[in-house]
Write a protein that binds this ligand. Structure first.
Ligand SMILES: Nc1ncnc2c1ncn2[C@@H]1O[C@H](COP(=O)(O)OP(=O)(O)OP(=O)(O)O)[C@@H](O)[C@H]1O
Ligand SMILES: [Mg+2]
Length: 255
């Protein structure tokens, strides 16, 4: 049996009277692409926020590499090896592509504010290393030629890719991608699909939220389906595609 990188057991998140995520249990095996799908408001992003420490789930537990991480702080979870992108692009528009990736690596820096102000040797060494590493990541992600471009000068597809590059800078084992294809045209989505496959090839484990069904069905090893917070189905692309509950959740209002 393959090693489980991330798992959730009975994860529930309530906001006042609203149960956004209800008793969700899932597993993400090492080296696989696992996807979470479901209609708008299904609780997908909320589940990501529970995993990454933005919320402490009302009930349930989350484990990462065998260790319980429920209730840990955002920076602790990031330091353990979970990187993420957000549904809305969160790049620093006044910074270059290179600088945006460097920012992503600072979560791990050992030098403090005093080192930075005094430009101590430790600070300068860490800066040089951060630049070198960011350049490597930009090469890896096909963005090296854009390293001195401002983030906002990049095409939408490249900005989304830069977001992933920035997430890689914190040395994650697991990548959480929240709707990476949102707003992309067909060509950009195709290129992103290949890119996510390459990331898997590099050894990253990926948990993916997406509305683009073609992308999901193409690259997912396993899929969980949520509807109004409730897990309604799980399985391979073929299994999920044929599941009547899934079809109803997506088409129900029209049917
Ligand atoms: N901080 C919050 N406070 C109150 N309600 C929230 C909060 N965050 C999310 N919700 C609600 O929880 C439900 C699930 O939202 P969530 O953003 O997780 O859905 P989603 O599956 O990511 O949807 P989408 O596909 O539109 O991104 C929604 O009804 C939403 O309004
Ligand atoms: Mg969402």
């Amino acid at each position: 049996m393959s090693e489980i990188v991330l798992s959730g057991k009975g994860v529930t998140q309530r906001f006042g009277g609203l149960t956004a995520v209800q008793d969700v249990t899932f597993e993400v095996p090492k080296g696989e692409i696992v996807s979470i799908i479901g209609p708008n408001g299904a609780g997908k992003s909320t589940l990501f926020n529970c995993v990454t420490g933005i919320y402490t789930p009302t009930e349930g537990q989350i484990f990462f590499l065998g260790q319980e991480i429920t209730g840990k702080k955002v920076h602790e979870i990031s330091a353990l090896g979970i990187g993420r992108t957000f549904q809305n692009i969160r790049l620093f528009s006044e910074m270059t592509a290179l600088e945006n990736v460097i920012v992503g690596s600072h979560a791990k820096a050992k030098s403090g504010i005093a080192d930075a102000l005094l430009h101590t040797p430790r600070y300068r060494r860490e800066e040089e290393e951060a630049v070198k590493k960011a350049e490597e990541i930009l090469k890896l992600t096909g963005l090296y030629e854009y390293r001195y471009h401002y983030a906002t000068a990049l095409s939408y597809g490249l900005q989304r890719r830069l977001e992933i590059a920035r997430a890689l800078a914190s040395d994650p084992v697991l990548l959480l991608l929240d709707e990476p294809a949102a707003g992309m045209n067909e060509q950009e989505t195709h290129s992103l699909t290949e890119f996510i496959r390459e990331l898997k090839g590099m050894g990253y484990t990926i948990l993916l939220i997406e509305h683009d069904m073609k992308l999901i069905m193409n690259i997912s090893d396993y899929i969980y389906v949520l509807d109004r917070g409730i897990p309604i189905a799980e399985g391979t692309a073929d299994e999920v595609r044929q599941n009547p509950l899934v079809i109803e959740a997506y088409l129900g209002k029209e049917a």
